[in-house]
Design a protein around this ligand. Sequence first.
Ligand SMILES: [Zn+2]
Length: 421
Amino acid sequence: MSATGESVRIALPLPLDEIDDAAELIPEALVPAQAHKGGSGRIDESRMWGYEIQPDDTLTGIFTKLGLPIQDLYQVLEADENVLALDNIKPGVELLVDIENDQLQTLELRFSPAHKVAYQRKQDAGFEFKETILPGTWKEIALVGEIGRSFSLDAAAEGLDARDVHLITRLLKEKINFRRDIRKGDSFEVLLSRQYIEDEPTGETKIEAVRMLANRSPVSIFYYDGSYYDEKGRSLSKAFLRYPFGGSYRVSSGFNPKRHHPVTGLFRPHNGTDFSMRTGTPILASGDGVVSRVVDHKYAGLYVEIKHSERYTTRYLHLSKSMVRKGQRVSRGQKIALSGASGRVTGPHLHYEFHIAGRPVDAVKAAIPITKQLEGKSRKEFDALLRQYMARLDAPREQEGADEMLISRRQDQSMDNPSTL
Ligand SMILES: [Zn+2]
């Protein structure tokens, strides 16, 4: 460890016993985390620090400020090739590091109280990652509002955050033109759940049902089994392609969430499917969505990630060229990239990942949405759920009088009363 840096945002951590008043010297953002719990090292040889990611932070910058060897960063990145969580660090994400004898022992990222990823030194050969996703408890809230100015302003006034408003607008955009079809006096009803971990909101929200009166015409959407449907069980999202390319290519390495490295024995799950193909093969978006990442990774190579909905994400690794940029809207079958052999590979191939609710699944076998209309057993389940949604949307209103829109009071009640959760 080298000298201190008082003026930098990521201050170099000092061992607590070298500081008279640690609280005064340590910038607010960089605070000692809980005491080291390991049995081997003495407390003065171990430093565990917490830091909140600031705009413009880079991993290299953080490692440099911590005085950690770049080799440690490479080893962490190598473990991260299988999860790619480090490419998702945004301002506000909490980072915890455990340094023992000038060596990184653990790096932990806390994306929310319900989601963290830890990279732990296993041996000189590298790190292993462990991802923790807590289910938490979900509290349901019913919101009702009347359009006075615009849907987004009135919805925000009723307690929906910008992300919820954006999601609802996007879901309903094929049914409602929010500029043209909304009239003063139209109304909306939203049933949503918010996630909590020990009473602390995680920021995760699920929109369960929306009913709107748009230009006096009713429009509704309902969440079922990961997707949204209208009241007749028709899917609002378009189906996916099973494979993100034309033609057929040999699977050179299948999905294997239990894989270990043959030499080091380190846990290295294969979260995707490798298709052997020559460099330059066109890669297609497997579904409609928005490009959420275009990243050049030391090990994963050039890769593209597409967010299709709150629930579905796909990744395309080892590309030679990307034809899309971050934030761009893409449609199913659109050419997004050319395959390649970038990153650490033994030969040119496409590594394709399909994630459902943040978890990788086998893209070749998983039940990915390909239906447009719910039928049979799933239609029966959907209809039963629909009746429940309707009852929960209607229930509070009946108690409070038919035409009253007493939203905030109802919101408070449902928050305090666990029986409505
Ligand atoms: Zn692969």
